[in-house]
Design a protein around this ligand. Structure first.
Ligand code: AMP
Length: 297
């Protein structure tokens, strides 16, 4: 494994590797902000399985944080991250300084309209523009054939997929399932901010998603009735500010009124200074259909 910190060094290294690998070799990119956990490792494993060369980028991207957000406090654990990468068969870590990626303030914006308006986009204006800008830059710097993202950040994955399609990046966007703690809490670098009490309370997010799934299984179809079940669980768990809790179309991310097709249940909740997000795809069971047979006729 090699750790590189500048764009020219990375480009040179990957050029050399591509020369050595057989024609058609696949480079996979796993973009991260570090403080690596088992969720990130699942993306690394997926990339390791599919690709000849696995590049993990570790970069806390300033342009995706709002002025009042946690850019400076975001956990940074570079030494431990290197060990995780080494143990899990990563070939190249790209860990640039902010100045390497943004030598001057960027004037270019990458805005995916519509998909970024709701859910996290509503309370984090400009967040997805920052994500798209840095992912675009990483795609250009690394030029991978595949890039790996987590379902945990479902809106991000949908936005990136659309950006890659709209801008003709010849890159397969692979979305990997959410890795959870035994009590259902989705792994996140931000879980480190939780107090012991908030950590106990945080399992209510997954319980809320499960309750909404259960409501659909019981035959509920109207979104307000289904989301009320999720809200009740979070409110009963203790002091929490629900940023959003919605059922949306998994492609357009538009809110749905009625669950007649597969939907995405998505939520963001603040516990103290920690904002947690999670989601669950939910499929309505087909309405039972009794076909008359000669016996039942
Ligand atoms: P981050 O370092 O938080 O920017 O995340 C880097 C990538 O890891 C993103 O594509 C995330 O969606 C993904 N990721 C984060 N947490 C999880 C998780 N619990 N399960 C699966 N993927 C995750």
């Amino acid at each position: 494994m090699i750790l590189l910190q500048t764009i020219p060094d990375l480009r040179r290294h990957l050029e050399e590797r591509r020369r050595q690998l057989p024609a058609g070799a696949v480079v996979g990119l796993v973009p991260t902000m570090g403080a690596l956990h088992a969720g990130h490792v699942s993306l690394i494993h997926a990339a390791r399985k599919d690709c000849d060369c696995v590049v993990v980028s570790i970069f806390v991207n300033p342009t995706q944080f709002g002025p009042a957000e946690d850019y400076h406090a975001y956990p940074r654990t570079p030494q431990a991250d290197c060990e995780v990468c080494e143990r899990n068969g990563v070939d190249v870590i790209f860990q640039p300084d902010p100045h390497e990626i943004y030598p001057v303030p960027p004037r270019t914006q990458v805005h995916v309209a519509g998909l970024t308006a709701g859910l996290c986009g509503r309370s984090r204006p400009g967040h997805f523009d920052g994500v798209c800008l840095v992912v675009c830059k990483l795609f250009n710097i690394v030029q991978p054939q595949r890039a790996y993202f987590g379902q945990k950040d479902a809106q991000q994955a949908t936005v990136i997929r659309r950006m890659a399609a709209d801008l003709d990046f010849p890159i397969d966007i692979v979305v990997c399932p959410t890795v959870r703690e035994p009590d259902g809490l989705a792994l996140s670098s931000r879980n480190a901010y939780l107090t012991a009490e908030q950590r106990r309370q945080a399992s209510a997010l997954y319980q809320a998603l499960q309750a909404m799934q259960q409501a659909v299984r019981e035959g509920l179809r109207r979104a307000p009735e289904i989301t009320a079940r999720g809200r009740a669980i979070i409110q009963a768990s203790g002091p929490a500010a629900i940023d959003y809790l919605e059922l949306v179309d998994p492609e357009s991310l538009e809110p749905v009124e009625s669950v007649d097709q597969p939907v995405l249940a998505a939520l963001a909740v603040r516990l103290g200074r920690c904002r947690l997000i999670d989601n669950m795809p939910i499929e309505p069971l087909p309405v039972p259909c009794w076909t008359a047979t000669p016996e039942t006729r």
